[in-house]
Design a protein around this ligand. Structure first.
Ligand code: G3H
Ligand code: ZN
Length: 287
């Protein structure tokens, strides 16, 4: 059931659990995430970066693929199709194509410009019943070619952006995209509490979910985080499983080149990873 992400995240906020945003790259990825979340009976957000959107063909291809799978797989849990780290132009195109949720990432602009553009996207999206995520501060590391140093979000700026009517807010609290370096200091819970204090009951988003230790994720959920984004972790398990398949089947010529067999172990690995994360976020049987 395709819906916007507002209600599922408000429900998660009130219920003290998290909803996963799992990024998709192709049909196998999407099917694995939908099947795992249907089994777990939890709502899910399918994240699509602009790079992944281009890889899959375009906004329309992605929207139609997700609509088709939602119908053909008899998915009854709430599913949001969400533009991840969207540009100003990309957000408008995703709205036209039928995405049900949009992240406009204006965090690299000066705050005045971030506010001005976010305000415009909120008006356009809400007119179509599409939810909006905005970003303040920076998520460190690299996501699809976008590199950020990861500064901590300023609670006053978070309040200014929250007041624009955004439905959930990504705020930098020391989180980083990709694999965390060994000397990572962990999430800054003091800053998270200040942000929560400033924005009130607005669900917060934790980007860079890959590799954050379970107890830190739990602490973040207790302090207002309701959406946790996972991308790299699914890529790692998919590639490991696919590599293993090739190593084990290099002498079996026939079995070795059938794409449906080649992609199966990676598909199953993503399903396992998503199940594990849902358990971790506490959202099982919440749909
Ligand atoms: O926007 C998507 C993410 O923040 C995912 O981060 O690749 O570190 O899991 P990750
Ligand atoms: Zn992100």
């Amino acid at each position: 059931m395709l819906v916007n992400a507002k209600e599922m995240l408000n429900k998660a906020y009130e219920g003290g659990y998290g909803i996963g945003q799992f990024n998709i790259n192709n049909l196998e990825w999407t099917k694995a995430i939908l099947e795992a979340c249907q089994e777990k009976n939890t709502a899910v957000i399918l994240g699509v970066s602009e790079g992944a959107m281009k890889y899959m063909g375009g906004f329309n291809t992605v929207a139609k693929m997700v609509e088709g799978l939602d119908k053909d797989l008899n998915i009854t849990i709430p599913v949001a199709l969400h533009l991840d780290h969207g540009s100003y132009e990309g957000a408008k195109k995703a709205l036209e194509a039928g995405f049900t949720s949009i992240m406009f990432d204006g965090s690299h602009f000066p705050i005045e410009e971030n506010i001005e553009k976010t305000k415009e996207i909120v008006e356009l999206a809400h007119a179509k019943n599409v939810s909006v995520e905005a970003e303040v501060g920076g998520i460190g590391g690299e996501e699809d070619g976008v590199i950020s140093n990861g500064e901590l979000a300023d609670p006053k700026e978070c309040k200014q952006v929250a007041d624009l009517g955004v439905d959930f807010l990504a705020a930098g609290i020391g989180n980083i995209h990709g694999v965390y370096p060994e000397d990572w200091k962990g999430l800054n819970f003091e800053r998270l509490e200040e942000i929560k204090e400033a924005v009130g009951k607005l669900p917060l988003v934790l980007h860079g979910g890959t590799g954050i230790p379970e107890e830190q994720v739990k602490k973040a959920i207790e302090r207002g985080v309701s959406k946790i984004n996972i991308n790299t972790e699914c890529q790692i398990v998919f590639t490991e499983a696919t590599r293993k398949y090739f190593e084990e089947n290099k002498d079996k010529e026939k079995k070795g080149f059938d794409p449906r067999k080649v992609l199966k172990p990676g598909f199953e690995a993503i399903k396992d990873k998503v199940r594990e994360k849902v358990d971790f976020f506490g959202g099982e049987n919440s749909a």
